[in-house]
Write a protein that binds this ligand. Sequence first.
Ligand code: GLA
Length: 379
Amino acid sequence: MNKTLILGVLFSIAWMGCQFSDVKKVNIEKTTFGVTKDKKSVEKYRLSNINGMAVEIITYGGIITSIQVPNREGKETEVTLGFNSLNDYEEGSPYFGALVGRYANRIAGGAFRLDGIDYTLAQNNGANHLHGGIQGFDKVIWDAEAKKSKDQVELKLFRLSPDGEEGYPGDLQVEVTYTLTQDNEIVVDYFATTSQKTIINLTQHTYFNLSGNPTSSILDHKLKLNADAYLPVDKTLIPLGEIHSVKDTPFDFRAFKLIGKDIDDKEEQIKRGLGYDHCWVVNNPNTGVREVASAQHPDSGIVLDIASDQPGVQFYSGNFLDGTLPARSDDQFYNYRSGFCLETQHFPDSPNQPEFPSVVLLPGQNYKTQTVFRFSTQN
Ligand code: GLA
């Protein structure tokens, strides 16, 4: 065999090797998810990595419709609550997987004052404002840009929220980037700038169920929260203003505890939340991205660790799920407490509670925050 032929064969083998390893690396695929009621096309992006993890995100509401991770046996397992059809997301989804803004959680009476001006927001949760209003960030279509590098794949969602949208002041340019790494992490980077003094509090509202059966109760999951205190609330879930120690209360998750252990306690605060629906004050504020929460399921072995630079985390135990919303498989419905949310964020009602960390964004300032969801397994 002559030299040229040998070199040619070697080159072909190397080229095929590159193609093959590329298949095994991170990937991103785009498909059409559906068409909204007002006839706008919604795309779905599927991000996957070499370690058997995949995340699906749609341009409507920046919603994470699915996260698949390997369980202890290596079997691909769905760990979120979601719907098959866009119509179900449009028709009263309880924020499944959604990107929530401009202000995640509640603002008392749907009103706040900034520089002497009174702003009125929708009262879409009793008398309070919840999760950005009637058509919050979870119900609009985002522009999307996908990017792939050797070790990670990312989807950047962006839009301009115009001055006055849902009653909030200032043109707000928002960018949210979901990155899937080879370490089975979803990194969520939030970025925004404003043309006028405004308020902002963005979060991710994925409902998790790590058991492998998204319609089963989450009470058998173990949870740990890096928080020595929580915010007691009034009957409408607005913080009272005090910061209360979790010690000797059902809110103590400083060591791993079954979610179901104290959830039906007779304690007044638990009853107000109808279970857990409160904001915990995460330890070590202002130290950058640090440990927030860890959840695990004993049978699947799946572990979810959450880290963030945000001051609080709203732990919601799916108390409003009632078995009426359709799950992804035929004849299955999302039962009472079949999903839990860990929403990293600023404290609820901060615009009206000056002693809470500020949620004000000024022109020329960058709103920049990060939350990381990391999946692994344990024996
Ligand atoms: C948040 C709230 C809950 C509930 C859910 C959506 O987590 O704190 O009270 O409104 O969203 O159902």
